[in-house]
Design a protein around this ligand. Structure first.
Ligand code: GUN
Length: 281
């Protein structure tokens, strides 16, 4: 078994991103800029936003943080976003999800143009990904592709199974693997013969949010196993969607939790922001 070290790759990429951000500044006389908008006090979101701002500092990206009260009205938030969209100092805009219930997520996110949508969530970016055209790719699945590449794992011709069909992870993951010439199956809660389908995978990507759901009998000998989960086990300890201790005996490559996919996600946000800046006029 080989461990896929997401933490090490993330650190390596952040050094490169810092160089790119510095080069951008030298060439354009303006810093790469990312705006992060948080509405309300959701504790998990506060941690994510803090980590994103920290990653900006580490990579030489100028961050613009907006922390708005939970009762912020739609018009106010839209006015802020319109201002950020118009700013030449801001190359990427991220609205931390989930939004408070009284705000229409779809309407809010639609104010961010594709070129500044560094989460890769908007319909135009998702559509371009589906058509294998130039786009901005959602951070978590893009990070998975970077990990596969780093470890010399080429999806071409391989059987890939994605467990989970969310807009943020499962669907874009499936499209990326398909664009990389894998034969792709997407599984979800209604899938029949789930165990057999998973056990057919050369590359198994798991993103269902259930602690240790994938057991050794669901994994083929020699498979590559990517665990996107961030769960708590029966003792409250952080774990993934994969029963790591047993599955690692069968896998050729496996990502740990923590230290696998997690550190790559925020790094890819920095990557997308530098990319958006480099594409800006
Ligand atoms: N909330 C949980 N994950 C994400 C993410 O990747 N992007 C944003 N904007 N909000 C999130």
């Amino acid at each position: 078994m080989n461990l896929i070290d997401g933490k090490a790759l993330a650190a390596e990429m952040r050094v490169q991103l810092r160089e790119q951000a510095e080069r951008f500044y030298e060439e354009r006389g303006r810093r790469v800029g990312l705006a992060v908008v948080l509405v309300g006090e959701d504790p998990a979101s506060q941690v994510y936003v803090r980590n994103k701002i920290k990653a900006c500092e580490e990579t030489g990206i100028q961050s613009f943080a907006y922390r708005l009260p939970a009762d912020t009205q739609e018009e106010e938030l839209i006015a802020l976003l319109d201002k950020l969209v118009a700013s030449e100092d801001i190359h990427g805009i991220l609205v931390q999800l989930p939004l408070p219930k009284h705000l229409d997520e779809r309407k809010i996110l639609s104010r961010i143009p594709a070129a500044k949508d560094v989460d890769g969530f908007c319909a135009q970016n998702v559509g371009n990904l589906a058509m294998n055209r130039e786009t901005i790719v959602a951070c978590t699945p893009y990070g998975v592709m970077k990990m596969l590449e780093k470890y010399g794992i080429d999806p071409k011709g391989k059987t890939a199974v994605v467990l989970g069909r969310s807009n943020i992870v499962g669907k874009p993951m499936a499209m990326l693997l398909l664009n990389a010439d894998a034969t792709v199956t997407v599984c979800h809660s209604k899938t029949k013969n789930l165990k057999e389908v998973c056990a057919s995978a050369d590359i198994l990507v798991v993103a269902i949010g259930r602690a240790k759901f994938v057991t050794a009998d669901m994994v083929k000998e020699g498979a590559v196993v990517i665990d996107v989960g961030m769960d708590r086990d029966e003792n409250g300890k952080l774990c993934g969607d994969v029963d790591f201790d047993r599955v690692k005996e069968k896998a050729s490559y496996i990502t740990p939790v923590p230290g696998g996919v997690g550190p790559m996600t925020i790094t890819m946000l920095m990557y997308n922001t530098v990319l958006a800046a480099s594409r800006s006029k």
